[in-house]
Design a protein around this ligand. Structure first.
Ligand code: FAD
Length: 350
């Protein structure tokens, strides 16, 4: 039911998911406070490859949600000042992940060579998805939060949430070192910190920290035009010319540390791309993705207490826009979104 007075909603977490939520909630007239333990985008959003890839392998329990993800980013681009998506398309070949989407097409070597002229040995065939792109996830988080602030939201960084104020089985606010911040609703969009916060409200949510390797290189301009995802490398070139790559995490053996992976991936990139000899590792790290045990996002009200709504997911960059839109409709307008049905926290809390 729609309320007459604006709800005060606290969003815990200023990553891409919290920022998208804050923007959509503020757009709907809610009074929003974002409370962040560190700085803006200091979590895994800060080291994301940020490929807007809405394809999926096998049966997809969130097909409706994923199906709206690209359109949501296209809409946000028109609404949020400074938010830029690079719709440069993506090529995939020789990978085992089996991800496909209805709009991907098979293309042959001559077209592949046209799209990525620096590939030394373009494959005979590749999957091409023209409707895919990438964002600078940190810049996008800032842009969404700035747009939320322009609509009246407040952002409190370096303010860890330590607990909750709960009155008669209803969340009434969050506890911080500076005292309690009161709210009608609290949204847990704290990435890998979400499970610990939910546990304080009596909800045991199996959301694990899933490691992946983020790599950044200094690189000559124009090496890669879109995204290349192959058996040898997953790369794209950012607006500032740096080359970004993502790798699976193997283990913590010395040869699999991020710096070692950066050297190995550099060798692969040099052998795949003409003119890449000068690339040099600039930064590498392990990023921890919030991964629900069944791989399906956890989005919705916690059944144990009133006033607590959870938003934790992977792939969070892909889904942030559509989830911000649908979850804000549920929270502010009380309109249940059927596309979120498979995501309810209650599936873990029977
Ligand atoms: C190498 C790599 C490549 C990736 N590639 C892609 C990709 O191509 N596409 C894609 O969609 N996703 C990708 N991801 C995953 C994606 O980055 C994440 O799904 C997404 O950034 C999650 O955003 P978030 O806002 O939920 O979490 P976060 O960015 O971690 O934000 C959560 C925030 O909550 C804060 N917080 C936690 N606890 C508290 C507390 N108690 N009080 C206050 N604040 C708190 C944290 O400080 C943090 O800033 C990749 C990840 C990695 C590591």
């Amino acid at each position: 039911m729609k309320r007459k007075t604006p709800q005060h909603i606290i969003v815990i977490g200023a990553g891409i998911v919290g920022a998208a939520l804050a923007y959509h909630l503020a757009s709907k007239g809610a009074k929003v406070t974002v409370v962040e333990a560190g700085g803006i985008a200091c979590g895994v959003t800060g080291t994301s490859f940020a490929w807007l890839n809405a394809s999926c392998a096998g049966i997809d329990p969130i097909a409706a949600l994923r199906g709206g993800a690209i359109a949501a980013w296209r809409r946000l681009e028109t609404q949020v000042p400074g938010l830029a998506v690079r719709w440069h398309g993506a090529l995939s070949y020789g990978t085992q992940d089996g991800r496909v989407s209805p709009s991907c097409m098979v293309i042959e070597r001559p077209r592949i060579a046209q799209l990525e002229p620096r590939l030394k040995q373009p494959p005979e065939q590749a999957l091409y998805e023209a409707e895919q792109g990438a964002i600078d996830a940190v810049a996008a988080t800032h842009a969404l939060l700035a747009a939320a602030q322009a609509l009246g939201a407040t952002v409190r960084t370096h303010t860890p949430v330590r607990g909750f104020a709960v009155l008669e089985a209803k969340v009434a606010g969050v506890e911080t070192a500076a005292g309690v911040i009161e709210a009608d609703t609290v949204v847990l969009a704290a990435g890998t910190g979400t499970a610990a916060l939910a546990a304080q409200l009596g909800a045991s949510l199996p959301i694990h920290a899933s490691p992946a390797i983020f790599l950044r290189y200094q690189a000559p301009p124009g090496l890669v035009r879109g995204i290349i995802s192959s058996h040898a490398m997953e790369v794209r070139q950012a607006e500032d010319g740096t080359m970004l790559a993502a790798e699976d995490y193997v283990d913590d053996a010395p040869e699999n540390q991020p710096a070692a992976m950066a050297q190995r991936t550099a060798i692969a990139i040099r052998s795949e791309l003409e003119g890449a000899d000068a690339i040099a590792p600039e930064f590498s790290c392990v990023g921890l993705r919030p991964m629900p045990a069944d791989g399906v996002p956890v989005i919705g009200c916690l059944p144990q207490v009133e006033g607590a709504y959870v938003c934790a997911m992977h792939p969070g960059v892909v889904l942030a826009g559509i989830v911000g839109q649908l979850a804000s409709g549920e929270i502010v307008d009380g309109q249940p979104a059927s596309a979120l049905e498979a995501c309810r926290p209650a599936r873990f809390l029977a």
